[in-house]
Structures are given as structure tokens and as C-alpha cells.
Design a protein around this ligand. Structure first.
Ligand SMILES: [Zn+2]
Length: 127
């Protein structure tokens, strides 16, 4: 058993420690605790960053933030065109000013819906 597998097995259930580990990226992205997600809508051409695979590109999948590997990414960031976990979405919105970057959604958005969300955000940002 590899060190990281053994570590994640021993830490299972110890939420606060596991949270710290995720933050420090000690568990690699291909960790077996991250399930594989089907990409239903290909990443938008404007999506940032351009992660390989499904990271940040699936509603309910793995968070788009590079240093985060949490699942349940149900918030959509109108600036990066990616999906984020609630913790990161709330943190991002704390610095977003009057128009929140992250909004809660309930399905995989089409590119047309993503473009509409971007335009709505620009409208909200007008003084
Ligand atoms: Zn996250």
C-alpha cells in the first residue's frame, strides 16, 4: 500500500485532519477517494484553469480550485466558468464585491447558460 493510500485510509472519518491534508495538497489529484465524474458538457473555452479531466467541469463533481479536491461542487463561478465546493464558493464570494462570482446551480450548465450568467454578472457590476 502506498503512503498516500495508507494515510487517506487512516484519516478517513477524521474530518478536520483530512481537511488540512486537502488544503496542503498532500493527497494527489488521482487519489482513489476522488470518484470519476462523467463530463456531460465539455469545459467552456473560457474556463480557467484548464484542468485535465473532469476537475471543475462537472456539476456536483470535484471543485475547480487547484488546491482543493472536495466533491459536491454545486456552485458555478461566473468568472472562471468552473464548479466549486460550497466552502470555496463562499470564500470567493467574500471578495467578489456587489456581484457574487459564485452562484448555486442545480444542473450541468450549457455553454449558452454559462454565457448568459456571465452577461448577468456584468450587468450586476454596473454602478
Ligand atoms: Zn473547493
Amino acid at each position: 500500500m502506498s503512503y498516500s493510500k495508507d494515510l487517506s485510509r487512516r484519516l478517513r472519518g477524521k474530518k478536520s485532519v483530512a481537511f488540512f491534508i486537502h488544503r496542503e495538497e498532500l493527497i494527489p489529484q488521482e487519489s482513489p477517494i476522488s470518484p470519476d465524474f462523467e463530463v456531460k458538457v465539455p469545459p467552456h473555452p473560457m474556463k480557467y484553469p484548464d484542468h485535465k479531466g473532469h476537475k471543475g467541469s462537472v456539476y456536483g463533481g470535484i471543485c475547480n480550485r487547484t488546491a482543493c479536491s472536495r466533491a459536491h461542487a454545486t456552485f458555478y463561478n461566473r468568472g472562471t466558468y468552473g464548479y466549486y465546493c460550497a466552502e470555496d464558493a463562499i470564500a470567493i464570494n467574500r471578495h467578489s464585491g456587489k456581484a457574487p462570482l459564485c452562484i448555486q446551480v442545480d444542473h450541468d450548465l450549457t455553454h449558452e447558460e454559462m454565457n448568459a450568467h456571465y452577461r448577468a454578472m456584468i450587468e450586476e457590476m454596473r454602478p
